[in-house]
Design a protein around this ligand. Structure first.
Ligand code: SF4
Length: 728
């Protein structure tokens, strides 16, 4: 290890911190109070202030610091919006830096831009349409940008009171596959263990997850785990430098010299997860490296799964996994020696047309050795955004009114009684991608988008843009500007200025990846223009749009009242009403779900094995499998072109294996064009430790290449595609 990581690619923690302090210099006191008292609005680890419940010491990372400015910046000059043609081609970073959306704005068809309007006019215009709209032709999309459980709950209730189940959230784009697979396999849709279980487990497996970039403080958990003897194995097409070794800024020795983290690396093809984990399972079965007592006592479907795997020959598994039998055997043997193991995965597994099967194959491997319901074991779909675990659980999802109450006729009646109303819909609502398709067909009359940049985050941006352009009334409720807002109105576009989570009246709660529901207080500081709390806007809209007899159901005196209601009706959220001050939290289900391997939500309490087979494309001659990666960014918000973790300095870098590059006559810096069925992407070759016949491109820029395809089991889009490479 080299002092200060000289000559290595590493995050520039201290330099970036100074830069961020300078950026926030006009509001430093408020910035400090947010950091010190708020629950992070970045990824899903869910710290309070500068601390967490996992390890002692400071919990802070550059992602959180970079996001601070969104909370501290002043309002934007509304005159800038009078002619959007000047803003249309601007980058997300430029638009964001113009400042916070401060007043309601309206733009009609043919107008050059937006004019300022009153809340009264904005809400009345929307409410008038809502009263007439066919509920099947009205949809709500909620993003994960700092939204609280209170907002998601009120949005879900608002949709149902207005007669639609067309409501979805941003988790559809990242972990819908995990939710579906986990519910089927284990009867729960969340991490089965706590972060503390990672520390001291014998084996920690990271599959398709780059936590060094996306959940940076988790690297500190890994550092502590290593100190306790945990071995770390990574299954991924790219040997992520940040996972090989990392500079933990709050640990002096590590900050100076770096810490080696990865012990075992298993390179596989993009989408090769089912083949790889089935291969691992095959070796486990052949050698009887399995926990027969656990399988007999706590699972079902073992025979079908093992028959299916025995029927998959090694040639098939090698071709689809992109690796050889010996590597799968190496994983199996390593795993067979571990008495405890935690499996962590992310979008490398989920964002595929067969994402549910990918996750099921990993869970099979976990179940074969009984890795649930004990200390230091578990399965963890690690989330990238602070709001997404809670969003679906409290009702911002088309298939469930909220956790434990799926959409059907019987439950609709039940909900009518609970909410003292009638007309709760029982039709199947649209998921996010289905909303885009319906809008494209002209089947959506009113689209209410709460946060997020729809065009940037969906595959095939031109398709998403055209879809938005066909919606007669579009509402964007947000903190800042983004390019989706500038799509020409079919009739009317309304911008509703909202408050950050730290400005929400009465504070709010957030559910972390380890199922911890945490209170984040309202924090003293400037309030921008006429902004309102997110849930308050939805509630006021409901009061105008709903018939008088239903208005009480969407009226809340304060955030406490919303929590009281969630407490009463969402079983696992019972206790949320007691969260009233900074630091208050609880883990629903306790630190460990599925205690002693009992899956209470499944028949006979038994976990389910799944018989799954590889479905990923095997690339043909001249073809490459493209997948996406994240750099210095949070979701689609880009904070800088450079990604110091991999030494990249530009967002159009195309990551390619050395041998593949040489075969085409490329070297680092060569200009190349990627072509897919959907579009083309121009960039420069960057040689990387990546699996053969694989290319990686930063997301969301890569979306131009990606066709609009979804996993039918979870409705999650596939963000991968086959491309060809041409030298310019
Ligand atoms: S690791 Fe995630 S939760 Fe922790 S400070 Fe960073 S962004 Fe926030």
């Amino acid at each position: 290890m080299v002092p200060f990581g000289l000559g290595k690619n590493k995050p520039k923690h201290y330099r970036d911190m100074l830069k961020i302090a300078w950026e926030n210099r006009d509001n430093l006191g408020y910035a400090w109070r947010i950091l010190n008292h708020g629950v992070c609005d970045g990824c899903s680890l869910g710290p309070y202030g500068l601390h967490d419940n996992t390890i002692k010491g400071v919990h802070l990372c550059l992602t959180r610091l970079r996001m601070l400015r969104m909370n501290t910046m002043p309002g934007l000059n509304t005159e800038l919006l009078q002619d959007v043609s000047k803003l249309q081609a601007k980058s997300g970073e430029y638009l964001r830096n113009l400042g916070r959306l401060a007043y309601p704005m309206i733009r009609k068809k043919g107008d050059a831009g937006f004019r300022r309007t009153s809340w009264d006019e904005a809400l009345q215009t929307i409410a008038d349409r809502l009263r007439k709209v066919d509920p099947q032709r009205f949809a709500i999309y909620t993003t994960s940008r700092g939204l609280t459980n209170e907002t998601y709950y009120v949005a879900g209730k608002f949709a149902r009171l207005l007669g639609t189940n067309n409501i979805d959230n941003a988790a559809r784009l990242c972990h819908a596959a995990s939710t579906t697979a986990l519910k089927y396999s284990l009867g729960v849709a969340a991490s089965s263990c706590s972060y503390t279980d990672w520390i001291g487990t014998e084996l920690l497996v990271l599959a398709g997850a780059n936590i060094a970039n996306n959940q940076p403080v988790a690297m500190k958990y890994l550092y502590r785990a290593k100190q306790q003897g945990t071995r770390i194995a990574v299954v991924n097409p790219y040997k992520e430098p940040g996972l090989v070794s990392y500079w933990v800024p709050s640990v002096p020795k590590s900050a100076l010299f770096g810490t080696r983290l990865m012990d075992h690396y298993f390179p596989i093809a993009v989408g090769g997860d089912v083949a790889f984990f089935n291969g691992v399972a095959k070796v486990l079965l052949e050698n009887d490296w399995i926990d027969r007592n656990f399988i007999q006592g706590h699972t079902s479907g073992f025979e079908d799964m093992s028959t299916a795997i025995q029927g998959q020959d090694w040639d098939t598994l090698e071709r689809h996994s992109g690796t050889i039998k010996n590597e799968m055997a190496r994983f199996a043997e390593m795993y067979s020696k571990a008495a405890t193991a935690v499996f962590i995965w992310s979008m490398g597994l989920t964002q595929h047309q067969f994402g549910v099967d990918n996750v099921k194959s990993l869970i099979n491997v976990a179940l074969l050795r009984g890795m649930i319901g004990r200390p230091h074991v578990g399965v963890v779909p690690i989330r990238g955004h602070s709001g997404v675990q809670g969003a679906a659980e409290v009702g911002s999802v088309p298939g469930e009114y909220f956790m434990g109450l799926s959409v059907n006729e019987q439950n609709a009646q039940k909900l009518n009684e609970i909410w003292k109303t009638d007309g709760i819909p029982s039709f199947r609502g649209m998921s996010t991608a289905e909303m885009a398709d319906a809008a494209y067909r002209g089947d959506i009359d009113l689209f209410y988008i709460i946060g997020g940049n729809f065009i940037d985050t969906m595959p095939e941006p031109l398709y998403a843009r055209e879809a938005l352009a066909k919606v007669p009334l579009r509402i964007h409720q947000d903190l800042i500007l983004n390019s989706s807002m500038f799509v020409e109105p079919q009739d009317t576009v309304i911008l509703l200025p909202s408050r950050t989570r730290y400005e929400q009246k009465g504070g709010g709660t957030i559910t972390s990846t380890e199922r911890r529901i945490r209170y984040s207080p309202e924090i003293d500081g400037p309030r921008i223009g006429e902004t309102k709390s997110e849930w308050e806007i939805i509630s006021e809209l409901g009061q105008r749009a709903l018939p008088p007899e239903k208005r009480a159901a969407i009226t809340f005196a304060d955030a406490d009242e919303i929590r009281e209601e969630m407490d009463q009706i969402i079983g696992p959220y019972s206790g949320i009403k007691n969260l009233k001050k900074e630091g208050d939290s609880f883990q629903y289900g306790g630190p460990m779900l599925l205690q002693d391997g009992v899956c209470n939500n499944l028949p006979d309490g038994r976990a389910r094995f799944s018989a799954v087979k590889p479905q990923n494309d095997v690339v043909g001659p001249g073809e490459f499998y493209l997948t996406t990666r994240r750099g210095k960014q949070f979701n689609s918000i880009i904070y800088g072109k450079k990604d110091p973790m991999v030494g990249s300095k530009r967002r159009d870098d195309i990551f390619l294996n050395r041998n593949d590059a040489a075969e085409i006559g490329l070297k680092s810096g060569s200009k190349i064009v990627l072509q897919s069925k959907t579009g083309e992407f121009r960039g420069v070759c960057r040689i990387a430790a990546i699996h053969p016949r694989t290319v990686q491109v930063f997301w969301p820029e890569a979306n131009v290449l990606i066709a609009n395809r979804i996993d039918p089991a979870s409705m999650e889009p596939d963000y991968n595609t086959i491309v060809s490479i041409k030298k310019v």
